[in-house]
Design a protein around this ligand. Structure first.
Ligand code: ADP
Length: 306
């Protein structure tokens, strides 16, 4: 388990982190979300021992991270945002060099890491000649050397095209099996795609953390159901008054064929839709459209980072 307690950090007079605390369980993939300037990079640098906070504490499996905690630092793989590589080396030379520096040189393991990261075809190419997607894979491979249990990645998909992003996300998911991962991002869709846990930071403060579905449920108690039907409005209102989960019915529009669109605010979209469907069939009205829109991580993010 990784635990951060009361982290604060001020640069000159900018308070980048203000009493930041969170916990990450073993085996979780955590998306660390926040708009630019929220404090993501600062937090990740502190977690990896690259930066010392003004106050606060980090523990890995209940052991405090001290500047010379060799054991803890050896269990962390860090992929910084700028992904520093030696561009004039070949991929195989670079990985060998990194493994030797980490005191973890093992040819068989290096081959396995290279395979996992899809680098077989570029092992003898010079890093500078690779695409950004492949450079990012090399960064990943470098991070995996020495089999760290914790992987900390700062905006790992930034600057990649949609296909490369997809591949990197797939790779993160694959390597996550026996690791605890935290990756920062300001792209919600990718966090939702692979993370089971989210931490949202805004202006140096944590504004939400936990399982994304549970957070959404907690913050948005109401859902919307959209209905298009030719039911007469007064009769429809009478029917929907009987449904306990319905809070409000608003007519949005009416078209030439006498169909009206309604936005129905309710507490349980599935149950509400079923009751609406029953009322419409019982009255032999026509149903053109019936669907629910649950609020998602996007809305939650917007709400919390206003
Ligand atoms: P994020 O990674 O979420 O974009 P950062 O951690 O990089 O956020 O930055 C948090 C805040 O600290 C921002 O206001 C940023 O301008 C400021 N900041 C970051 N690094 C420095 C620095 N070296 N000197 C001064 N201010 C900094």
């Amino acid at each position: 388990m990784l635990k951060a307690t009361g982290l604060t950090k001020t640069y000159d007079n900018v308070k980048a982190l203000d009493d930041v605390s969170f916990e990450i369980k073993q085996g979780d993939i955590t998306g660390f979300l926040g708009p630019n300037g929220a404090g993501k990079t600062t937090t990740l640098r502190i977690l990896t021992g690259y930066m010392i906070p003004d106050s606060g504490e980090i523990t890995y499996n209940d052991k405090s991270l001290e500047p010379n905690s060799k054991e803890i630092l050896g269990s962390i793989g860090y992929l910084p945002e700028e992904n520093p590589l030696y561009g004039n080396l070949r991929v195989d030379e670079f990985l060998t060099y990194t493994a030797k520096i980490k005191n973890a040189y093992d040819l068989k393991e290096l081959k396995e890491i290279a395979d996992k990261c899809g680098l077989e075809s570029v092992m003898t190419k010079t890093i500078d000649t690779l695409s950004k997607g492949f450079k990012q894979r090399v960064g990943f491979a470098k991070t995996l050397i020495g089999n760290p249990k914790f992987l900390i990645m700062d905006e790992p998909t930034e600057g990649l095209d949609p296909n490369q992003k997809e591949e990197i996300l797939k790779l993160i998911k694959e390597i996550a099996k026996d690791k605890t991962i935290i990756f920062s991002s300001h792209v919600l869709s990718e966090v939702r795609q692979i993370a089971n846990n989210v931490i949202i930071i805004n202006r140096g403060k944590i504004v939400a953390q936990g399982n994304s579905d549970k957070l959404i449920l907690k913050h948005f108690k109401n859902s919307l159901v959209t209905l298009r039907t030719d039911a007469p409005i007064t009769k429809l209102n009478q029917e929907l008054k009987k449904v306990k989960t319905v809070f409000a019915v608003d007519r949005k529009s009416k078209d030439r064929a006498k169909f009206s669109e309604y936005a129905i605010t309710c507490s349980n979209p599935e149950e509400t839709s079923l009751e609406i469907f029953k009322a419409i069939s019982k009255n032999r009205w026509h149903l053109i459209e019936l669907h629910s829109q649950s609020q998602g991580l996007e809305e939650l993010f917007k709400e919390l980072t206003k």
